[in-house]
Design a protein around this ligand. Structure first.
Ligand SMILES: NC(=O)c1ccc[n+]([C@@H]2O[C@H](COP(=O)([O-])OP(=O)(O)OC[C@H]3O[C@@H](n4cnc5c(N)ncnc54)[C@H](O)[C@@H]3O)[C@@H](O)[C@H]2O)c1
Length: 255
């Protein structure tokens, strides 16, 4: 049986580990050719090897999402190698340094906003024209529950993710059209079991207990559970879904 994304091409940024890697693998399982973009080339190549081990087709591209020249090259390499672009998951992100608003340094603010917000905008800036040339596509940006509720101790992170939600809604309105448009959605995961999640807990062990208590389902989200939501939002099953901000958080926000 033909896989649902047979003949399609996806870019996943930050696909060297965590949520990005799980998403890249699931795109490959569904039949897409996957461009694994990451600033960490060793990790990106590891993901490509995993894709090849399941008989998928993948390509690693060294990309710093804060640099326009890198992001343009990421999209150019996609077109050069695979001839089209159908889907993008703009996932690359950093947590930055924790500390209250008055303690946040300018350097931390700039770093976090650059990667998490400017990075998502730059990716869309170069992905959108290729999707329009190709008769449309779907974009999923990875935000966070920190975009939807205040995040004490992570002012730059919350602001960056709030920005991702708003640029997602804006692009969704701009590129919604009866034919050949682009659906643009965002996912807001709560704390995930990824290298980023593990780093946060290693630095603040008490936080893990606190966070688990705050989750009605009593556990963190697995990267694969976020990846499933990305795949659904890109699929034809979500053909009338755009500008949607989907929380994947085990009931955390329902309290
Ligand atoms: N882990 C969580 O608890 C959690 C919760 C909510 C949202 N998120 C968001 O999900 C996304 C993925 O998080 P994760 O937990 O998988 O993180 P991770 O740290 O485990 O992986 C992030 C990946 O992004 C890459 N990356 C970092 N900076 C980059 C840059 N400038 N250009 C290109 N690649 C870069 C890293 O090399 C790494 O491979 C992020 O946007 C994050 O903010 C994570």
């Amino acid at each position: 049986m033909k896989k649902q994304f047979h003949g399609k091409v996806a870019i996943v940024t930050g696909a060297g580990m965590g949520i990005g890697r799980a998403t890249a693998l699931l795109f490959a399982i569904e039949g897409a050719k996957v461009v694994v973009a990451d600033i960490n080339m060793d990790k990106a190549q590891e993901t490509v090897s995993m894709i090849k081990n399941i008989d998928g087709d993948g390509l690693s591209v060294k990309t710093d999402v804060t640099k326009a020249v890198d992001v343009k090259a990421m999209v150019d390499e996609t077109i050069m190698n695979y001839g089209r672009l159908d889907f993008a998951c703009n996932n690359a992100g950093i947590g930055g340094v924790s500390g209250m608003t008055a303690e946040c340094t300018e350097e931390n603010w700039d770093n976090v906003i650059d990667v998490n917000l400017k990075g998502v905008w730059l990716c869309m800036k170069y992905e959108i024209p290729e999707m329009l040339r190709n008769n449309g596509g779907a974009i999923v940006n990875i935000a966070s529950v920190a975009a939807l509720v205040g995040g004490p101790g992570i002012p730059a992170y919350s602001a960056s993710k709030g920005g991702v939600v708003q640029i997602t809604r804006t692009a969704a309105l701009e590129y919604a059209m009866p034919k050949g448009g682009i659906r643009v959605n965002a996912i807001c995961p709560s704390l995930a079991r990824t290298p980023m999640g593990e780093r946060i807990y290693a630095a603040q062990p008490e936080l893990e207990k606190e966070r688990l208590k705050a989750h009605p389902m009593g556990r963190m989200v697995e990267p694969e559970e976020v990846a499933e939501a990305v795949i659904w939002l890109c699929s034809d099953k979500a053909s009338f879904v755009t500008g949607h901000i989907m929380a994947v958080e085990g009931g955390f926000l329902s309290q």
